[in-house]
Design a protein around this ligand. Structure first.
Ligand SMILES: Cc1cc2nc3c(=O)[nH]c(=O)nc-3n(C[C@H](O)[C@H](O)[C@H](O)COP(=O)(O)OP(=O)(O)OC[C@H]3O[C@@H](n4cnc5c(N)ncnc54)[C@H](O)[C@@H]3O)c2cc1C
Length: 429
C-alpha cells in the first residue's frame, strides 16, 4: 500500500506493514457541532473519541490523512515521565509539581495500553527501553537517576547498566553505560492511530480528511472554522496541529511550537545470529540530536537519528542514517535500507507541552517535544475529561509558562536553527 504524506517526506515502514488504512471523506458543505477539532493526530483523534463516547457532537478535520503528521510516523517509544527527568523538573518546579507530572505520565502510559486493549487495537506493544550514554562521564548521573526514581518517585522499574551489560543488551559496544526500564516499551504508532480513528468514528465522531482549516474566529458568540468547502460552527474548538501549525491559522500557537524534522530508516530483517537487541527493547541515547532505535517484532531495525532545523529535507536520508547505523553497529555495513521517512516534531522553548486558551472556547494543545506518543493521547483524553467535568488535570500543563520563540515570525526559524546547530555540535565533543 503506497501513500505519500503530503506534509512529511518519504514512505514509512509503518504504512507498508499496515493491513488497512481506511480513508475518510472530505468535508463538503457547512455544518455545526458542539466541538470542532482541528488536527487528526493522536491528540485530536483521542479527544474526538472521548468526546463522542461522552455523547458530545464532535467534528474533526485534518488537512491531510490521519497519521500523516507525527503520530503515524514516529519512533513508537513510550518512554517514562516527561521530556525532562523528574529531578531536573524538581529544580525548576519544586518536588510536588514534579511528582504530579510524573504521575500524570504514568497515567498516560496506562491509558494508552488500556485504551488499545479495550478497543482491540493490536499495537505490537513490546516491553523494555534502554537509555544509553554516548559519553564516558555520565555514569554518576545515570546511577543517580535510577535511585531517585526508585526512592522518591516510587518507580522501581529502572536499573543502571554497566558498560558490559549495555553492550550485551544492545549488541554494540558503542555506548558507555545506560539505564534499563522494564516499566515501558514501544509500539507500532500507525496501528494505534488508525485504530483510534476507527474507534472515534464508531463512537459517533464525524471525521474528515483532506480538509484544511483556513481560519478560526468567533462569530455571534460561537466559533467558526472555515475550510475550503464549508464552515463549521461550534461552541468549542481544539487546535491539535502540533508541529504543523500554520501562522495564518493561529499565530499565538505558531509562535510557541516550532517544527523540527526528524528522520527514521528501516532495514531488512536482521539476522538473529548478530544478537542485536536480543531482549527486544527500544533505545534512545544521550546525544542532543538523539538517536533512537528498536527492532520491530518482525526483526527489522528502525533507526531514527537525523534532525534538520531548516524547512528543507535532506537530499539523502537513507545514506545519512545508514552511516549512523554503522557507527553503532559496524556489523551492519552491508544491510539494506528499505524505507526512509521523516516528520515534524513540535517543540517548545522549555520542552514542555503547550496547553493554551487562544480565545474563549478555543484551546490549543501540542509541543510535546519528542515525547508525545503517550502524552498527546492522554492530553486528548484530558481535554474531553475537562469538558465532561471529570478531571482538571490538563490544568497542570496550562499553568506552565511557555514563552514564544524569540525573533518574531521572520527570525524565529533562523535563530532556532543557529541555536540547535550549536547544541548539536556539542555532541561531537
Ligand atoms: C520522526 C519522529 C519520531 C518521533 N519519535 C517519538 C517517539 O519515539 N516517542 C515519542 O513519545 N514521541 C515521538 N515523536 C513525537 C510524537 O510523534 C508527537 O509528539 C505526537 O505524535 C504528536 O501528536 P499530535 O496529534 O499532537 O500531532 P500530529 O500527529 O503531528 O498531528 C497534527 C495534525 O494536524 C494536522 N493539521 C495541521 N494544520 C492543519 C489545518 N490547518 N487544518 C487541519 N489539519 C491540520 C496535520 O495534517 C496533522 O495530521 C516523534 C515525532 C517524529 C516526527
Amino acid at each position: 500500500m503506497k501513500w505519500q504524506s503530503p506534509i512529511a517526506p518519504g514512505l514509512s515502514w509503518y504504512q507498508a506493514t499496515l493491513a488497512e488504512r481506511p480513508t475518510y471523506p472530505q468535508l463538503d458543505g457547512s455544518t455545526s457541532a458542539d466541538v470542532i477539532v482541528v488536527g487528526g493526530g493522536f491528540t485530536g483523534l483521542q479527544a474526538a473519541y472521548q468526546l463522542a463516547a461522552d455523547g458530545v457532537d464532535v467534528v474533526l478535520v485534518d488537512a491531510a490523512r490521519f497519521g500523516d503528521g507525527a503520530s503515524g510516523r514516529n519512533g513508537g517509544q513510550l518512554g517514562t515521565g516527561q521530556h525532562w527527568w523528574p529531578e531536573e523538573m524538581e529544580h525548576k518546579l519544586g518536588k510536588a509539581r514534579s511528582l504530579a507530572f510524573f504521575r500524570m505520565a504514568e497515567d498516560a502510559k496506562s491509558h494508552l495500553l488500556d485504551f488499545a486493549r479495550a478497543q482491540k487495537i493490536d499495537i505490537d506493544f513490546t516491553p523494555g527501553q534502554l537509555s544509553v550514554a554516548h559519553k564516558r562521564n555520565m555514569e554518576y548521573t545515570y546511577r543517580h537517576h535510577a535511585e531517585a526514581l526508585a526512592e522518591r518517585y516510587d518507580y522501581p522499574h529502572l536499573s543502571f547498566m554497566s558498560r558490559q551489560e549495555t553492550a550485551e543488551r544492545l549488541g554494540s559496544n558503542h555506548y558507555y553505560c545506560g539505564l534499563r526500564d522494564i516499566g515501558t516499551g514501544h509500539i507500532h504508532p500507525l496501528k494505534l492511530l488508525v485504530g483510534t480513528a476507527k474507534a472515534a468514528a464508531k463512537a459517533g465522531a464525524r471525521l474528515y480528511e483532506m480538509t484544511k482549516a483556513l481560519n478560526i474566529d468567533r462569530v455571534d458568540g460561537r466559533i467558526a472554522v472555515e475550510t475550503e468547502r464549508g464552515t463549521i460552527t461550534a461552541d468549542r474548538a481544539l487546535i491539535a496541529c502540533n508541529g504543523y501549525i500554520q501562522e495564518h491559522l493561529e499565530p499565538k500557537t505558531a509562535a510557541k511550537i516550532m517544527p523540527i524534522r526528524s528522520f527514521i530508516a528501516a532495514t531488512t530483517r536482521l539476522p538473529k545470529a548478530l544478537k542485536i537487541l536480543p531482549g527486544g527493547e527500544s533505545v534512545d541515547d544521550s546525544r542532543f540530536v538523539v538517536r533512537y532505535f528498536r527492532k520491530a517484532p518482525t526483526g527489522e531495525l528502525l533507526f531514527g537519528g537525523r534532525e534538520v532545523y531548516s524547512a528543507d529535507d535532506p537530499k539523502n536520508v537513507s545514506k545519512h542514517l545508514h552511516r549512523q547505523i554503522t557507527q553503532v553497529y559496524p556489523q551492519l555495513a552491508d544491510i539494506d535500507i528499505t524505507h526512509a521517512w521523516g516528520g515534524s516534531v513540535g517543540i517548545t522553548l522549555p520542552r514542555r507541552p503547550l496547553v493554551d486558551e487562544i480565545m474563549p472556547g478555543v484551546t490549543s494543545i501540542g509541543g510535546f517535544s519528542g515525547h508525545g506518543v503517550m502524552l498527546s493521547n492522554y492530553c486528548g483524553k484530558l481535554y474531553a475529561d475537562e469538558i465532561a467535568g471529570r478531571s482538571q488535570d490538563l490544568g497542570l500543563y496550562r499553568d506552565l509558562e511557555i514563552p514564544a520563540f524569540p525573533g518574531g515570525e521572520r527570525l524565529r526559524k533562523p535563530l532556532l536553527f543557529l541555536a540547535l546547530t550549536w547544541f548539536a555540535l556539542r555532541d561531537l565533543i
